[in-house]
Design a binder for this molecule. Sequence first.
Ligand code: S3P
Length: 449
Amino acid sequence: MFFARAWKGRGMDVKNVKPANRIKHKILIPGDKSISHRAAILGMLSQGETRITNFLKAEDCLNTLAACQQLGAGVDWQKEELIIQGCGREGLKPPGSVIDCGNSGTGVRLLTGVLAGQPFESIITGDEQIRRRPMQRIIDPLTRMGARIESEPGGFCPLRIRGGNLKAIDYISPVASAQVKSCIILAGLFAQGKTSVSSPGSSRDHTERLMRFFDVAVASGMTPGSGPGQPQNEKVIVDGRPKLNGRKINIPSDISSAAFFMTAAALLPGTELKLKNIGVNPGRSGIIRVLEAMGAEIVMENQKQEAGEPVADLIIKGKGFLKSARIFGPMIPGLIDEIPVLAVAAAAAEGETVISDAAELRVKETDRISVLATELSSLGVAVEERPDGMLIQGGHIRGGEVDSHGDHRLAMSLAIAGLVSEQGVTIKHTQCVNTSFPGFWEILEQAAR
Ligand code: S3P
């Protein structure tokens, strides 16, 4: 494969990905983004020291770490180990300046939960994409708990938060969102009594698992749905005002980053790809089940637990052929971030793939339904955009020129489209991969043959 580092006359932010025959057999995937955010925040709220290895040094998580520092946590790197000196749940200090989370929805929403519990005022915001993402979904419950939050009209960042003196609530969330759930249970740490959140269907449970690892009492389970055919509800209950104790954590590698290479391996014949120490939390690993249903062979080895999270080595054997899939309903939260790359898999697969019940994709870093439909169409794929998903007529990806619209997961998904395309893919706006996967382009360049 050949990579043009700069496309003449178009600046450095363009990559040209040529078709590949196979993917190198071993790739090191960086740490999990969701768990890195949570480890930094819970480390800050703990007594004593938290030592973290495989923390994701990507912009999103480094912004959260900087926010923790602003709020009083000590942050030190000893080679590859991150050491956080916690302030204890009651020891946070006013941030001194605006907290800037950059591109991170997880950073803004989780930190706002913490800030809602503080007896001082703070302002939190992020980049242009963040300032367009819905925050009313966290403002409503936090306001019910007693925080005073001002936003831009319509519930957008920046948020001015006057917190403290929270009361516990029982909240019914209209969306199955781990960010909303985590925001509320983080705020619940500062309230007297038990705070609960119920959501339609389950979402990733990293906050619950990591809170337990830091000695917080968290109960969780499923309750019946609101009627026949309705998804079960997830209910999480957290005990207020606990003492958190610093811990030693090795962060699993991120399945959402692994997803790009898993998909490429599944599509390229004769490839056998091994990815070590990947987080395979059932709330995140929907991509394994979908790729298997599409015909991929995926083997899990060395299954174990790290900081309460299941991890395993994944071996993906490429047969060079996938068939279409139905991606819908309760499976969506478990693969929401992988839908862009699964759409690429569907475009290369035989048959018609329908993705539905995924309207949440419209409020991610970009409107991922609309952008995917537009960009895959530019590559010669027949895509029908629907309000809650899309229909993809698979077969082949011709290739061409596309734009990531500054969305990291779209940039990387379109790169995989390039590897399995007929003519290659030129992608504009590629630096955004640093949000979640620094080194992605270099790894791709070395891995694709
Ligand atoms: C995340 C939750 C998901 C996901 C995001 C990370 C998290 O968002 O899309 O990339 O770390 O909690 P929602 O909770 O809004 O679905």
